[in-house]
Design a protein around this ligand. Structure first.
Ligand code: 5AD
Ligand code: SF4
Length: 430
């Protein structure tokens, strides 16, 4: 979502004459787009701002000014604190106020520092410029939902991104149609809790995610649809059925389970048990047996015993994941779990994470090996690292490299998968 937001910020600033640069030395305006979900997120931003300050001073010595903005969820959470602690910063702008960026930049150029952390997501999308600029892209993200009402006890998202908000179907369809007209073939719908999507339709009524996906699938040149991130509680029957009957919906699902022990899941306020999670996976696999499943897992939540952790490992063994993101629990200020006694010692967390990651890697490689020998449709997205190579994605989101002409980029072609490397597949075209 930050990648999407960064793109939208660049677009919002284009009318004021800004364009992207890869080198900070060249930048008249530096924007740090921050994420608050990672450990020590705020500290990392302050130390990065130290580096930005050095660049600003070096540019100043050559008579060039540099404006500095902090955007994203750390901006939302820290607000005024950033202005107080980091004199280098001119603008603090929360994720729901991105559409105000161009105004804030104009204000900053007259020497006024500002903090914008208003919440209503409603205004933002309508006020951002339509997506017409930018480089040619095969695959694009589109935010359809923001915020979360789930309040898992370890998580800052409900506080930084606010309550659930869904964009209207008509706005999303129009955005995807514009992307399609620019050559985009694959769209990934984004939301912190994307399958809780409930958009108010123009003709009355509310659309769920399944209905939205079906509608987007009617756009002829859109060949592939994906969505992320989902909550098990919001996987409704329509969405499950869609995996079985919509050819454009790719057989890949990111569905965090976080922990395998029901006691820990309860303390996390996840609102599902391990058995319910597995039951759900069974139902989806019943309609789409080749589903590639991805997940998020936390080890060392307060009170987690060795036996609880074993439950996590055995769930991973039973379910089998094609992809996973795993984390050591770390206390986030302001969240209920941060106040729990019984925090797990760092050494135990480290050991558990290593054991879990070894198992998840095994599971991922097993999935990758299972497609060797198959013929898969690959959507080509760019040039490969080696000359004469092009690279794309399988339906299961695996990176695939083949020898082939650049003309393949933006197209889907059948590839015979020959080998699975550590991070990608290689194949040949016949
Ligand atoms: N500690 C560790 N991991 C966390 N995540 C969210 N909050 C925390 C935390 N306090 C992980 C969850 C979530 C992913 C995006 O980040 O697994 O799904
Ligand atoms: Fe955070 Fe996801 Fe739980 Fe919402 S559902 S509180 S975003 S972990």
């Amino acid at each position: 979502m930050n990648a999407y937001d960064s793109e939208r910020m660049a677009e919002a600033l284009a009318p004021a004459g800004f364009e992207l640069t890869e080198a900070m030395d060249d930048a008249d305006l530096v924007i740090l787009n921050t994420c608050h979900i990672r450990e020590k997120a705020a500290e990392k931003v302050y130390s990065e701002l130290g580096r930005v300050r050095l660049t600003k001073e070096a540019r100043k010595a050559h008579g060039r000014d540099t404006m500095v903005a902090v955007a994203g969820c750390v901006a939302q959470a820290e607000g005024e604190e950033i202005i107080a602690r980091a004199p280098v910063v001119d603008i603090v702008v929360g994720p729901q106020s991105l559409h105000r960026l161009a105004d804030l930049v104009a204000k900053a150029s007259t020497g006024k520092r500002s903090v914008e952390t208003e919440f209503p997501a409603q205004d933002k999308f309508a006020a951002l410029p339509q997506r017409a600029t930018g480089k040619r892209q095969t695959s694009a993200f589109v935010t359809v939902q923001e915020g979360c009402d789930k309040f898992c006890t370890f998580c800052v998202v409900p506080y930084t991104r606010g309550a659930e908000y869904s964009r209207s179907p008509s706005e999303i369809v129009a955005e995807v149609e514009r992307l399609a007209a620019r050559g985009v073939r694959e769209v990934t719908l984004l939301g912190q809790n994307v399958n809780a999507y409930h958009g108010d339709a123009a003709g009355g009524g509310t659309w769920g995610l399944a209905r939205l996906l079906r509608r987007l699938g009617e756009i002829p040149s859109i060949a592939r649809l994906r969505f992320t991130t989902s909550h098990p509680r919001d996987m409704d029957d329509d969405l499950i059925a869609l995996f079985g009957d919509d050819e454009k919906l790719m057989p890949y699902l990111h569905l965090p389970f976080q922990a395998g022990s029901d006691r820990i899941l309860g303390a996390m306020n996840r609102k599902h048990t391990a058995e319910e999670y597995e039951g759900l996976i069974e139902r989806i696999r019943a309609v789409r047996p080749d589903l590639a499943l991805s997940t998020d897992v936390i080890v060392g939540f307060p009170g987690e015993t060795d036996a609880d952790f074993e439950d996590t490992l055995s769930l991973v063994r039973r379910v089998g994941f094609a992809q996973a993101f795993s984390f050591k629990y770390s206390a986030r200020p302001g969240t209920p779990a941060a106040k729990l006694e019984d925090q797990v010692p760092e050494a135990a967390k480290k050991e558990r994470l290593a054991a879990l990651q070894a198992l998840l890697e095994e599971s991922r490689h097993a999935f990758d090996r299972s497609v060797v020998g198959r013929r898969l449709p690959v959507l080509f997205e760019g040039k490969g690292r080696k000359p004469g190579q092009v690279t794309g994605r399988s339906p299961y989101l695996q990176a695939v490299h083949v020898e082939g002409p650049e003309a393949l980029i933006g197209h889907i072609a059948e590839v015979d998968i020959r080998a699975a490397g550590p991070n990608s597949l290689t194949g040949v075209m016949n």
